[in-house]
Write a protein that binds this ligand. Structure first.
Ligand SMILES: [Zn+2]
Length: 147
């Protein structure tokens, strides 16, 4: 695999390229246990903060992947508002992390978590999901834009 897990300046552990990676290269599947959101909310109530971020929404939004169990290095890939990777869902509701551009050896791999909450994205909600990516266009939160 062209990456390794180590300490990150963004947050906790991160995943770093160990060689140059071409745009479009499929890097890793986001693995974990497939559960309903109902089950996720039972496991990880939104109170108290910080909210758990090892969940990845799939399909029509009723299911997610819980990367606490049966997971791999993908769960350590940090969020960035200016990411070099993207998360792609295939027709079987499997999530893959692909390189969104050419990546140099040593760069930290990131994608935009783009979390969408059911409730309004208030300033207080945004603070529950702070972003430390350091990008010039950092929006200060891992929450995305509601459509
Ligand atoms: Zn950011």
């Amino acid at each position: 695999m062209p990456f390794a897990v180590r300490e990150s300046r963004i947050h906790g552990r991160g995943v770093f390229a160990t060689r140059s990676i071409a745009k479009g290269e499929r890097l890793i599947e986001y693995k974990g246990e497939r559960i309903t959101w109902q089950e996720a909310e039972r496991r990880y109530p939104i109170d108290p903060v910080p909210y758990h971020t090892f969940l990845f929404e799939i399909g029509d939004g009723t299911m997610c992947i819980d990367a606490v169990r049966n997971a791999n290095a993908a769960k350590w890939i940090n969020h960035s508002c200016r990411p070099n990777c993207e998360a792609v869902e295939d027709e079987n509701e499997r999530i893959f992390i692909d390189a969104a551009r050419a990546i140099r050896r040593g760069e930290e791999l990131t994608y935009d978590y783009n979390f969408i909450l059911e409730e309004r994205h208030t300033p207080a909600q945004k603070k529950l999901f702070p972003c430390w990516c350091g990008a010039r266009n950092c929006r200060g939160t891992m929450l995305g834009k509601k459509r």
